[in-house]
Design a protein around this ligand. Structure first.
Ligand code: G3H
Ligand code: ZN
Length: 299
């Protein structure tokens, strides 16, 4: 059931739902994502972000995802998230991703912005190679960031003009736009620029991508999907589920150890005792999002 992201997001935009793109960093998170999709009968995108390179060799995580994919009964794509250089994108292309994001909006440090021309240059080169291999390409124009003032909006939000010009210049399949979301948790209630999204969607038929999906209120998610967002990235919400489950499990273990010690018994150590509940918690968090995105039952 391994497909390209284009095979998933084009029908999603046409039918008014979004496909979730969920970040995996280890076996439990990957298993949780596949498990949630099977239970909800949902197409999905499993993604590895460039920063994972400092934690594990992508070949290792990729092999695990491919092994899980062999048992999948719902369509899914394997995606590189936020590829910031031509070299990194090529490394994941060679690995066999069926979709990738070339994030030319920021320099390789992931912080300082690239110029429009620099963004076009790196995006074009990556798109040419990826398309030659039948791989879907996502790119980004605008700067993600929470909006709390008109100045913020002017500085961050993607304009319809630049979106149309950029897609014309680079020819990608999916476009990530800045509409008031941010990576990680929001400070207070986010302000999603639906009017701006409507302007962009009115002029561009390709599937639009919402980054920073964690913490976006469900009604804003549904509105954005109705306006043309067909891929929604979720990472932090999975991490929060993992942390909450680990903290709860460690407390349980501490209590059990205290009883064992008091009874003069021998402690039993099992990493799976800590990790198994995290897998379940992450699976539930992903299922919750698949329901809100409207992809549940679409497989
Ligand atoms: O590319 C990944 C996402 O944009 C994740 O954002 O951590 O806010 O869910 P998030
Ligand atoms: Zn992102």
């Amino acid at each position: 059931m391994l497909v390209t992201s284009k095979d998933l997001v084009v029908p999603a935009r046409a039918q008014g739902y979004a496909v979730g793109a969920f970040n995996a960093v280890n076996m439990e998170s990957a298993q949780a994502i596949f498990g949630a999709a099977e239970e909800t009968r949902s197409p999905f995108i499993i993604q590895i972000t460039q920063t994972t390179l400092s934690y594990a060799e992508p070949e290792e995580l990729f092999a695990l995802i491919v092994a899980l994919g062999k048992k999948a009964t719902v369509p899914f794509a394997i995606h590189l998230d936020h590829g910031r250089s031509f070299e990194v994108c090529m490394r994941f292309l060679r690995l066999g991703v069926t979709s990738l994001m070339v994030d030319g909006s920021l320099q390789e440090d992931g912080k300082s912005p690239r110029s429009y021309e620099e963004n076009v240059d790196v995006t074009r080169r990556v798109a040419a190679a990826a398309h030659a291999m039948g791989v879907t390409v996502e790119a980004e124009i605008g700067r993600l960031g929470q909006i709390s003032s008109e100045a913020d909006a002017a500085e961050h939000l993607t304009t319809a003009e630049e979106a149309v010009r950029f897609v014309g210049d680079v020819g990608v399949d999916m476009l990530a736009v800045a509409i008031g979301t941010t990576h990680g948790l929001f400070k207070g209630r986010p302000r999603i620029a639906h009017d701006r999204l409507q302007e962009i969607a009115a002029r561009l038929a390709l599937p639009l991508v919402m980054h920073g999906g964690t913490g976006v209120p469900d009604e804003d998610v549904r509105r954005a999907v109705s306006l043309g967002v067909a891929k929604i990235n979720i990472d932090t919400q999975i991490r929060v589920a993992f942390y909450d489950a680990v903290i709860a499990q460690v407390h349980e273990v501490e209590k059990a150890f205290a009883e064992t010690d008091a009874a003069g018994g021998v402690r039993k150590y099992d990493v799976r005792k800590i990790l198994a509940p995290t897998r379940e918690a992450m699976r539930r968090a992903v299922m919750d999002r698949m329901a809100v995105f409207g992809s549940a039952g679409k497989a």
